[in-house]
Write a protein that binds this ligand. Structure first.
Ligand SMILES: *Cc1c(COP(=O)(O)O)cnc(C)c1O
Ligand SMILES: [Zn+2]
Length: 406
């Protein structure tokens, strides 16, 4: 019996050997990795001796060969205690998991690190991805480090910095005249013609596992305590579901107490299919045809893991809430001014939604809350261009300065 048990269908439960497949041959539903927990030998007391990145949890990832690891140092980011912001929002115990400081400045380094490693294990000489921007840079950087070629599909409206960053790492980018969903459809077709695995299409079961590390780190950094409530920025729903699996892994291993963690989804109003279904009490998703939001990283109209995200929110007694573009920009400013963290719109949507949920009474003031802030503000400078301040211009004389500023 090995540590990695199988790939399991999320609908019918059929199990497959952990090979290069990603959907159930019987019912076409997506697959997920399952483990033999009694083969996982991690001693939480010895974690201190391990690398300060996500690979400290190697045994909980679907990788066989440690020598193939592609590591840029993703993960083990700061769990930032928000003493100032918590006062403004009106809760006692608030943390931000600051994933703006990852190697390519978003949490996508976590799943990309696992997926590119898996591509090496499968013997590929290149990898691809379809991206709203952050996965592009993360995949490109890890492919560069691994010596793999990289091809990327993007919709035609993503931010300049994300494009420049990805191409600097050596990736080839194909911009599709359409939305993320159009790019995704094309990537799916391409994956059947070309040899390279597309990390979030045909390596998706493996890829998604990397984001479990956000839950692992949260518990470890809370000194093996468990938050009451976490708020997750949500596009396809993959991150939200992975965080849930992460908490469940640690419960199964008895690293944390078996306590419910409420998991809430935060989406931008201009692309909030999961929030809309949640509020209507439906368990299916009606896709948003033309997403329109400043949070471009979250502009996925037809979320691949949407129904599983809804299920997770329901089972953990979380909520789903959206914020307008104006609320998201205000939240970028609030987080920066109170805590010194500069987030892209997709990250600060959690802060905007948290504020709303506290006002509505969805979150009570004494809950221990963690917001996942998933990407750096430098990724999306366009979003805040209007905030460029008027500078105080003076000559080189100190008297001029003191005449203006007393
Ligand atoms: C990709 C992304 C998310 C969430 O994506 P999912 O598709 O739901 O997994 C959140 N924040 C940022 C900054 C992202 O790039
Ligand atoms: Zn099935």
């Amino acid at each position: 019996m090995t540590r990695i048990k199988a790939l399991k269908c999320r609908e019918c439960g059929k199990e497959y050997p952990a090979k290069k497949i990603y959907y159930c041959q019987e019912c076409f539903a997506p697959l997920e990795v399952i483990y033999n927990y009694d083969k996982i030998e991690i001693n939480p007391k010895e974690l201190n001796n391990r690398p300060k990145n996500l690979w400290r949890y190697f045994e909980l990832f679907p990788i066989n060969d440690e020598k193939k690891i592609v590591d840029l140092g993703a993960g083990f980011t700061n769990l930032h205690k928000c003493d100032e912001l918590s006062k403004k929002i009106g809760i006692k115990d608030l943390y931000v998991k600051n994933d703006t400081t990852n190697p390519t400045y978003s949490f996508k380094d976590r799943p990309a690190s696992i997926a590119v490693t898996k591509a090496l294990e499968f013997g590929s000489d290149g990898v691809g991805c379809v991206s709203t921007g952050n996965l592009a840079a993360a995949t490109a950087a890890h492919a560069a480090k691994a010596g793999l070629k990289c091809g990327i599909f993007i919709p035609n409206n993503i931010e300049a910095n994300k494009i420049i960053q990805s191409s600097i790492y050596g990736a080839r980018l194909v911009s599709i005249n359409g939305t993320y969903d159009d790019a995704n459809r094309l990537a799916l077709q391409a994956s059947e013609i070309y040899d390279w695995p597309i990390v979030n299409v045909n390596l998706r079961p493996y890829y998604a596992e990397g984001s479990k590390s956000l839950a692992y780190e949260t518990c470890e950094q809370l000194d093996w305590d468990v938050p009451d409530h976490v708020v997750v920025p949500t596009a396809s729903g993959a991150l939200l579901c992975a965080i849930d699996r992460g908490f469940n892994d640690f419960k199964k291993l008895d690293f944390i107490e078996n306590k419910n963690v409420k998991i809430s989804a935060a989406q931008p109003e201009g692309c909030s299919p999961i929030v809309q279904s949640y509020k209507a009490g439906r368990n299916e998703i009606t896709p948003v045809e033309y997403p329109d939001t400043v949070a471009k990283s979250l502009a996925i109209g037809d979320p691949g893991d949407g129904i599983y995200a809804l299920k997770t929110i329901d089972e953990t007694k979380g909520f789903a809430e959206s914020a307008t573009d104006a609320e998201i920009i205000d939240a970028i400013k609030l987080l920066a001014k109170t805590e010194g963290i500069f987030s892209e719109p997709a990250g600060s949507v959690t802060i905007a939604v948290l504020k709303k949920m506290v006002e509505q009474g969805d979150i009570s003031p004494d809950e221990k809350v963690v917001c996942y802030v998933t990407g750096s503000g430098f990724k999306s400078i366009e979003a805040i261009k209007g905030l460029t301040p008027e500078l105080i211009q003076i000559d080189r004389e100190i008297e001029t300065l003191t005449s203006i500023i007393s």
